[in-house]
Design a protein around this ligand. Structure first.
Ligand code: PXP
Length: 240
C-alpha cells in the first residue's frame, strides 16, 4: 500500500508571516496523523525560512508514524540529523534564492561527499533517500551512492503544459520502474495535487508520496483534516 507523508512546511510559512507561535506545524503533524498520514515531512532549510530547529526536535518526540527530515547535504545539517535521529532523511539540493526545491541532486559529478553522508546516516540507523530528477541516468547514479531509496522529482510532470504531459509522465514512469527494479525504496514528490495524484499513484512501484503545498492550500477552504483525508483517499483508491 502506498503511503502519504504530509509535508507541513507551509504551515510554518504561515506562522512566519506574523512571527508568532501559530499555526504550529507540530500540531498540524498530529492532526495529519490522526487523519491518515503515514508519515510527516519537514525541510529544515539553511536560512530557517519556515521550519525551525525547535519543530524538528519536537516532532522527533511527537510523530508516531515516520519522521522524514529533508535537508541539504551540509555539515551543519548532518550534525542536526545525527542529534535528532529522524526515521528518514531525504537529501535535497538547496539554493537560498529558490522559492522551493527546484531540481534533483547532482548525483553524477561529485558522488563522494554524498556517499560519505549517506553512509554516516545509515550507520546511525536512519533511512536515507536522495531526491533526484526523473531520468534513468539519475536513478543509476543515485543507486551507486548506496542510499536506502530515492525520491523522484514530480515537479516537471506536475508543471508540464498539456502538450508535454505525456512525455514527462513517460520520463517519470521509466525512472520509477527502474528504481523499483533496482530494489530502491521509491518515493515521489513535488507539485502533486488533487488533480494529478491519481495518475502518478497508479505507478505501483511508488512506495510513498511526499505532499505539502496542495494539502495546506486546500485546507484553507475545506479544513486540514478533510484535506489530508481526501488526499489519502485518492492515493488508496488509485491502487485498488
Ligand atoms: N519533496 C521534496 C524533496 C520537496 O522539496 C518538497 C517541497 O518542500 C516536496 C516533496 C513537497 O512538494 P509540494 O509542497 O509541492 O507538495
Amino acid at each position: 500500500m502506498a503511503r502519504l507523508s504530509v509535508n507541513v512546511d507551509h504551515v510554518a510559512t504561515l506562522r512566519k508571516a506574523r512571527g508568532g507561535k501559530t499555526p504550529d506545524p507540530v500540531m498540524a503533524a498530529a492532526i495529519a496523523e490522526i487523519n491518515g498520514a503515514d508519515g510527516i515531512t519537514v525541510h529544515l532549510r539553511e536560512d530557517r525560512r519556515h521550519i525551525q530547529d525547535r519543530d524538528v526536535f519536537l516532532l522527533k518526540n511527537t510523530v508516531k508514524t515516520c519522521l522524514n527530515l529533508e535537508m541539504a547535504a551540509t555539515k551543519e545539517m548532518l550534525s542536526i540529523a545525527l542529534e535528532v535521529k529522524p526515521d528518514m532523511v531525504t537529501l535535497v539540493p538547496e539554493k537560498r534564492a529558490e522559492l522551493t526545491t527546484e531540481g534533483g541532486l547532482d548525483v553524477k559529478t561529485s558522488p563522494e561527499p554524498l556517499k560519505n553522508i549517506v553512509a554516516t546516516l545509515k550507520e546511525a540507523g536512519i533511512h536515507v533517500n536522495l531526491f533526484i530528477d526523473p531520468n534513468i541516468e539519475a536513478v543509476k547514479s543515485a543507486h551507486r551512492i548506496g542510499p536506502t531509496g530515492v525520491e523522484i522529482h514530480t515537479g516537471r510532470y506536475a508543471d508540464a503544459k498539456a502538450v508535454d504531459k505525456e512525455a514527462e509522465f513517460k520520463r517519470l514512469s521509466d525512472a520509477v520502474a527502474l528504481s523499483g527494479k533496482l530494489g530502491l525504496a521509491t518515493h515521489a514528490g513535488h507539485g502533486l495535487d488533487y488533480h494529478n495524484i491519481a495518475e502518478v499513484a497508479a505507478l505501483s512501484e511508488i512506495d510513498e508520496f511526499a505532499i505539502g503545498f496542495s494539502i495546506v492550500a486546500r485546507s484553507v477552504f475545506s479544513g486540514f483534516e478533510e484535506a489530508v483525508r481526501e488526499m489519502k483517499r485518492l492515493i488508496v483508491s488509485s491502487r485498488s
